[in-house]
Structures are given as C-alpha cells and as structure tokens.
Write a protein that binds this ligand. Structure first.
Ligand code: SF4
Ligand code: SF4
Length: 371
C-alpha cells in the first residue's frame, strides 16, 4: 500500500526516468483462444494505463509486456531497447502460442521506430500490425474490425494535459540534474539554488504548455521567445510590486532568458533522433529530410500507418505514396524502418553533432533511457 503510494507520487514528476515492471504475459478481463494479443513495454506506468483503459472499455485481451528496460514505448524503441528481438523474445518465452488459435499481434504504433514487423513475421510466423498511437483508441480500433487504424488514430496529438505533464516532468528532471552544481555555486552566490531551481521548473512547465504558440522553431528559438516574454513580465511585476533596483532587474532578466534557452534546448528531446546538431536546435534548419523514391514504392500504405505526424499521402493517380508535409516530420525513422520496398531515404545533411553542449545533453538523455 505504502509502496504503491510512493510509486504514484514518483510518477507525478519522475516519469522521464525508467521504472521497470515484470515482463511476461498478463490477462486483461477474461480472454479466450480468439482474444486479441497486444504488446506493450515494461514501463510500469504504461502497463498500468493499458490495463486500466482496456478494463474500463470492457475489453478481453492478452497483454505481452516486453522487456524494454522499464522505459516507455517511444523512448525505448528510439533508444534501441524495443526492437524485433524484444518482440520475438516475448512471443517465444511468454507461452502465448499455446493459449490462442490465431497468430495476430497488435503492436503499439509508437514502437515502429525500433520494430520491423517484416522481420518479426519471418522469425515467428505471427502477423504483427500496428495499432493506434494512443491506448484510448484501442477499443474503437478493435471493435471496428478493420486491419488498419484510421488517420486520427495514428496521429500523436499531444494535447494540453499531456504537455502539462511533460513540462512538470522535464522541469523536475532538469532540477534534479542541476541541483548539485547550483548548490556548489551557492557558496559564492548565496541562495542561488533555491532561487533558480523553482524558476527552472516553472519555465519548463510554461515552455511545454505554450509549445505550439511560442514563436520560432522548436528548440532554442522557442526557449528564447519564452525568455523574452517571461522577463518582460518580470520587469513589470518587479517594478510594480517589489520595486527592485535596476541592476537587480537586469541580472534577473538575463538569468531568466538564459534558463529559458536551456529549457527550450532540452525540449526537442521529445523525438529520439531529432537532436542532431546545433544548426537544427538554434536555427531550426532541418538536418533530416525524409524522401520517397517513387520507382521503388509499391503503394503498400505502411509508411502512412506508422507515421505519428501524418506526413505522407497517397497519390490518387499513381497509387504510390508521397511526402505531403515534411515540416511535421519528427525524424523518428519509423517509416524507413518498416518500408518493405526500401523506398524511403533519409538525407542527413550535416551528420550528428559532437560539440560539448550536445554531448552533455545526450548524456542526460541516455540516463533517461533515450539514445
Ligand atoms: S512503405 Fe514504402 S512501399 Fe509502402 S507505401 Fe510507403 S514508401 Fe511505398
Ligand atoms: S515521416 Fe518523419 S515522423 Fe513520419 S514516420 Fe517518417 S521519420 Fe517519422
């Protein structure tokens, strides 16, 4: 009981860190030999949400909890912990093959970055397909009886509530990583840590909530926009309420802008391979560029099914697929991983960056389970 309360408290702020639960087979409701077989990661919070949502919607299903090092679906597949091998291993070791008469497997759409369904099919004889991006849509998808999700079920929406949760967790993890350096710095600048860390947390929450409205491209530009807005608000309040001296106002506004840029720089960690180089993060110039090679495309539709941003569309004349909205691409690589005709290329313009700033950010990303 106490342990569960502690876990719930941790998940309010610490969900960016891995938290494993036992991999294996779970029964949801009263599944029989024809019930659907679903796969998910072994991040405890995800497993709880999947089970709770399916039970709430009255679904009977078999749930394979794959060993993904306790990391959520999106980050573990991007980080190389949720792969073909992971899916093959959970099929072989869970005993599911003795419990059902069919061989249909529903994977979470957001694992497509790491799982190639053709390889799983060849190695196991099962017929995997990708379900909806959000477990909330699973009941509607299963009840529709269609083999494919529809366009809305595929798109990651990232609504206000999700952005608030993401912001609080980003703020908490940033504060956790920076507490020691700021405590040390407080020896010279008294009280720096308790003045700075709550500010960093608040800016993370604001940056996440306002992400779609702040001017500029995701990354440093959005952080800078937030810094300008937040410091303008600070100037007004500090003069009207506290009557701070001009030198103190100047110091604080510079500090707010600096922290906002730091927060904005960390935000594109939402996509596992987005953070390619400073050019992309500072100038918003896309380093990656997904392209379909028309001669190879067979029009199988899979790139459209796995894309969480609805980047692709079908050409009505040729029946092949083409890139319609490159700006929306998150560079997740799911389309490239799963195209059976090897028809999608990703033109890297500048390679990956090895500067100290990107290196430090990537160390933190690795600790959170991302590659
Ligand atoms: S997955 Fe590949 S072959 Fe299939 S429609 Fe997309 S580009 Fe064409
Ligand atoms: S087009 Fe971009 S966002 Fe869509 S699947 Fe491909 S890499 Fe991911």
């Amino acid at each position: 009981m106490m342990w569960n309360l502690l876990k719930d408290a941790w998940f309010l702020f610490g969900r960016l860190f891995p938290f494993p639960t036992q991999p294996g087979l779970r029964r949801v409701g009263s599944p029989d030999r024809s019930s659907p077989v679903l796969v998910t990661c072994n991040f405890e919070l995800t497993v709880r949400k999947v089970v709770r949502t399916l039970e709430r919607d009255g679904m009977d299903a078999w749930l394979l909890v794959a060993p993904t090092k306790g990391i959520n679906v999106w980050c573990s597949s991007g980080g190389g912990h949720f792969t073909d091998d992971t899916v093959v291993s959970i099929i072989k070791t869970s005993g599911i093959e003795k419990l059902v008469d069919h061989r249909r497997l529903i994977l979470p759409q957001l694992c497509a970055t790491g799982v190639n369904i053709w390889s799983v099919r060849e190695r196991t004889g099962w017929k995997p397909r990708f379900g909806p991006a959000d477990i909330e849509d699973m009941a509607a998808y299963l009840q529709s009886g269609k083999p494919r999700t529809d366009r809305e079920q595929r798109r990651v929406k990232f609504g206000l509530k999700n952005r608030f949760v993401m912001g609080t967790n980003h703020g908490f993890s940033a504060a956790l990583f920076l507490i020691l350096p700021f405590l040390i710095a407080s020896i010279w600048v008294g009280g720096l840590w308790w003045k700075t860390l709550p500010l960093l947390f608040a800016l993370s929450v604001l940056c996440s909530i306002l992400a779609f409205w702040l001017p500029g491209k995701p990354g440093v530009q959005k952080g800078l926009s937030l810094g300008v807005l937040a410091s303008a608000a600070f100037v007004v309040v500090s003069q009207a309420v506290w009557g701070l001296a001009p030198s103190a106002v100047l110091g604080w506004t510079g500090w707010i802008v600096f922290l906002s840029v730091l927060v904005g720089y960390d935000m594109p960690g939402w996509s596992p391979i987005w953070r390619q180089d400073m050019k992309e993060l500072v100038l918003g110039v896309k380093n990656t560029h997904v392209e379909i090679i028309p001669d190879r495309c067979t029009g199988c539709h899979l790139c459209d099914i796995v894309c969480p941003m609805n980047v692709f569309g079908r050409d009505a004349e040729t029946g092949k697929y083409k890139v319609l909205n490159l700006d929306a691409c998150e560079a997740c690589g799911a389309c490239i991983e799963n195209c059976p005709a090897d028809a999608i290329a990703n033109n890297f313009r500048g390679g990956t960056c090895s500067c100290p700033a990107c290196g430090a950010i990537n160390v933190v990303a690795k600790l959170r389970g991302k590659a």
